[in-house]
Write a protein that binds this ligand. Sequence first.
Ligand SMILES: Cc1cc2nc3c(=O)[nH]c(=O)nc-3n(C[C@H](O)[C@H](O)[C@H](O)COP(=O)(O)O)c2cc1C
Length: 178
Amino acid sequence: MEFQKLIEARRSVRKYSPEGKVSRDDILTIIKAAQEAPSWKNSQTGRYYCILSEDMVNRFREECLPEMNRTKSQNAALIVTTFVRDRAGFQKDGTPDNELGNGWGCYDLGLQNENLILKAEELGYATLIMGIRDAGSIRRLLDIPETEIVVAVIAVGKAGEEPARPKRREIEEITKFF
Ligand SMILES: Cc1cc2nc3c(=O)[nH]c(=O)nc-3n(C[C@H](O)[C@H](O)[C@H](O)COP(=O)(O)O)c2cc1C
């Protein structure tokens, strides 16, 4: 799909169809696209925990998502995204390069995750990024080491709704030229 069309077609989808599950191969293709994103000194600190089995998806939804996101992610596969702390934005001896510290790891993961959701869109899947989740329960359930910071959970599946495009701010409101 042409790039402009792709970015305009993508929407956050909060209802997934029980038909048409995401294949493991498609998940790998999507993560490969994420991996093409630029990162701080090419540190590539993003990590992906993919939950495809129905049993595990349901357990995850029960234990790790609050009510508001539990229903929305029904019938979708789930990808937990994390990044390795104290690496992007840091020197080898652990000194932060500047005031943002682990903000850079989060920045890099965001770049990767945008590639991820756009690639999913291209393959015919819908996505929902979820920031409202229980990081502690996720860490325990998936055995995520303390060396990683848990960030977003991304639902990937076949859309069961066609949401309208939420309005964007005027370009003049968010841009300054000098
Ligand atoms: C970092 C981040 C966290 C989000 N967390 C949630 C969430 O927990 N639940 C939810 O329903 N939507 C969540 N969203 C989706 C946003 O509400 C959505 O992207 C926004 O309303 C714009 O809609 P669009 O994605 O269709 O363009 C999140 C989006 C981002 C980028």
